[in-house]
Design a protein around this ligand. Sequence first.
Ligand code: SAM
Length: 444
Amino acid sequence: MTLRAIRILKKADVVFYDRLVNPEILKYVVRAKKVFVGKSAGESSKQQWINRALYREAKKGKTVVRLKNGDPMVFGRGGEELEYLRTRGIEVEVIPGLTSAIAVPGLERIPLTHRKLSSSLTIVSGRGVGGSVPRWKSLGDTVVILMPIENLSSVVRRLLSSGKRKQTPCALISKGSRIDRKIIVSDLQHVVDFSRTVGISPPAVLVVGEVVRSLLDWRGRRVAAFRCRSEVRRTKKLIKAAGGRPMVFEVCKTIPAQENLAKAASQRWDTLVFMSANGVRSAADFFELSKYRVIAVGGRTREELLKHGATKILVPEVHGVAGVQKLLKNGRFGRVLAFRSPLAKRKIRGAVNLVAYHVKLTRPERAVKEYLRSGSDFTILTSAGLLELVLKSVGKASPKLVRKMNESFVISLGREVTKAALRSEIWVNYEAEKPCLKTLFSLR
Ligand SMILES: C[S@@+](CC[C@H](N)C(=O)[O-])C[C@H]1O[C@@H](n2cnc3c(N)ncnc32)[C@H](O)[C@@H]1O
């Protein structure tokens, strides 16, 4: 707010205020009568009533304030009210505010223009007269959409048909500046699905353009992850290579499930399925991997398989259990053995599921304590099972851990991890398309 707005609010006789006006601001109204005139969507007939009421009070010679959120002249009907009053001979002063279109992205540290990325900015509405998406003409490098939620899929379709690429990054920010503010970062092809999964509610702004990528800039930032012993070194290395400051905490180690593996190795299999590098390492002493056709989930698993001599490797297009199942259903793979984690949530249909290793906790309380003490800018959640294990193992400290995670920008490596996080009330800000840290850290 400007100082002028505060001064006028203090001396007003009547204040007509909207739904989105922050109650904190009403504290400046010390003597005036406060009249709530907030409209719900589709209640536009109320506007005539508001116009008349403003006129009536002003005509009595009172100082009337029409208090709106953001800037009154940006999608706020300021122009219509001004016109109504001026044509009836009422003096009107406009006191500009901070429009949510600019202030909300700013609070999230998203630059709307940037010398290298964006030299133009367009602010549009996602809701036109009658409720449909307006036909915007040419769009700038950065586009900010107000009222985007109600028509989100149509808004995205229109952005795409207006020339934006489906990989264009975007951020959806709900309740900016408030204590319950939420933000998700995605791209145009995934934002609708992701926003439905996490559940974003209005008021929100959608920011579209390369400038949003700055939210995934690791340089100089603290990047935390809870990992199995075998992955700690590699994770640190990847974070460092991306310019981040690694805070990688070991919380468990894996031990090959020797009995299971020995028994399975004595049988005939045509295809082996590996969901993680841990599975590969556990199986490597029991199976001659070059002899089998192998299905690998994710680039990291494939890397580990190559190290252990596998050659006939297939990587499903879709990640996770769903991708493997789809592949198995559509091909001829004979007898299939899937090496699984004891923390796995879903079985793979069409394969024998074998617990390939045991997970032993290595004092996660210590790791959590350190994380709580130092905090982080990013928290990367790599596995649903591991997340649940860590939360369970710290018992009473788990609400604190959840709170601390929510203070950082939380990244999940896939839908299953996102769902597990949401079940534990951890808000996910970004969901990686592939469960692969290497791809994640090459995003910028
Ligand atoms: C009717 S428009 C009013 C815009 C207002 N005049 C301005 O300049 O911000 C209401 C829209 O503003 C945006 N908005 C207002 N407050 C917001 C907030 N705190 N966080 C996110 N979006 C907000 C949302 O897009 C919402 O649907």
